[in-house]
Design a protein around this ligand. Structure first.
Ligand SMILES: Nc1ncnc2c1ncn2[C@@H]1O[C@H](COP(=O)(O)OP(=O)(O)O)[C@@H](O)[C@H]1O
Ligand SMILES: [Mg+2]
Length: 237
């Protein structure tokens, strides 16, 4: 399997650089969301409005156009239902859980349940119990990384099943996301040739979040061999 790894950030200037990069990545994510909304929701609503315009024309010209009208109205209903379903996905994905009052395992369990409900996939989550406390920023980092890793399994792996493991040692908390899907050639995540490419926005976001948390991210994958994402962040001391 090929792997690509990101190193922990050392010193405050690299942390600041990572912070600036993270903000930039989030801006790009927002741009993607706007594009997705345009391609999905706006097109559906536009098509629904065209169907309504057709209904109006038919009503004006043919008084006995009941059957045809029924067909157009059914399409309108279908398009609006599809738009609502997409809206629910966006709203669900971007509404943050109660990070302050819920512990790491609870927020990750909530994310897994939400992912299963939205995608129809199965996620097997196993965790060492009890897990040690983790700082709020690192809890958020692990949540967002798991969210992107599961989204990638659903979008790209071609399988409906993922496995997630959580465990800890004396100094770190570990998260692993595994799928037996089609795999890919992961781009380098650190070093001079680290990916900065537009089409790797999700992988870059995971890398930056792990680095900001003082941890690291490693992706192992190969075409035909599934994908393993490993993250480690420091535990609260
Ligand atoms: N679990 C996975 N299985 C197969 N391919 C993956 C997986 N995760 C990522 N990839 C590949 O890496 C690419 C980059 O992923 P990412 O940066 O998250 O961008 P996006 O999800 O927006 O395409 C994907 O387009 C896909 O080709
Ligand atoms: Mg992605």
């Amino acid at each position: 399997m090929n792997s690509s790894q990101s190193s922990p950030s050392a010193g405050s200037s690299s942390t600041q650089l990572a912070g600036r990069r993270l903000l930039a990545v989030e801006e790009e994510e927002l741009r993607h969301i706007v594009l997705d909304i345009h391609d999905g929701l706006v097109q559906n609503v536009f098509a629904a409005l065209s169907q309504l315009a057709l209904c109006r024309t038919q009503l004006a010209h043919h008084s006995a156009a009941q059957a045809e009208l029924g067909e157009h109205l059914e399409r309108v209903a279908g398009l609006l239902e599809a738009s609502l379903a997409e809206l629910r996905v966006f709203v669900g994905a971007f509404r943050p859980p109660d990070f302050v009052h819920r512990d790491l395992l609870a927020v990750l369990e909530g994310l897994v349940a939400q992912h299963e409900a939205l995608t129809g996939s199965a996620v097997e989550l196993s965790a060492d119990q009890p897990l040690p406390p983790v700082s709020l920023p690192n809890k958020i980092a692990l949540y967002r990384i798991l969210q992107e890793a599961l989204a990638n399994v659903d979008r790209h792996a071609g399988v409906k099943m993922a496995r997630v493991r959580l465990w800890a040692d004396e100094s770190r908390i570990f998260l692993e996301v595994l799928d037996d899907g089609q795999g890919f050639q992961p781009p380098p995540l650190s070093g001079p040739s680290a990916t900065e490419r537009e089409e790797h926005i999700g992988l870059r976001g995971m890398r930056e979040r792990a680095a900001l948390a003082g941890g690291q991210l490693c992706i192992e994958s190969a075409p035909g061999h599934g994908t393993r994402v490993n993250v480690e962040v420091p535990r609260d001391v």
